[in-house]
Ligand binder design. Structure first.
Ligand SMILES: [Cu+2]
Length: 68
């Protein structure tokens, strides 16, 4: 299992983290998504078939690009 904390500057409120959590949780293989409003970050745990690239691409698509 992989886990990473992604820094996402566009996070400003609970709606942002909720949108991110919902979208990432839809990806097959993603186990856990925990948004942190104050830290403007999201902790993601995943297994195959999900990939780090896929998570980063999805964040970009929903207009919450990760600062990587
Ligand atoms: Cu928001």
């Amino acid at each position: 299992m992989a886990e990473e904390t992604f820094s996402i500057p566009n996070i400003s409120c609970g709606h942002c983290t909720h949108a991110i959590e919902t979208e990432l949780a839809d990806l097959e293989g993603v186990n856990r998504v925990e948004g942190q409003i104050e830290a403007k970050s999201v902790i993601v745990s995943w297994d195959a078939p999900a990939t780090r690239e896929q998570i980063i691409d999805t964040l970009k698509e929903i207009n919450y690009p990760a600062d990587v």
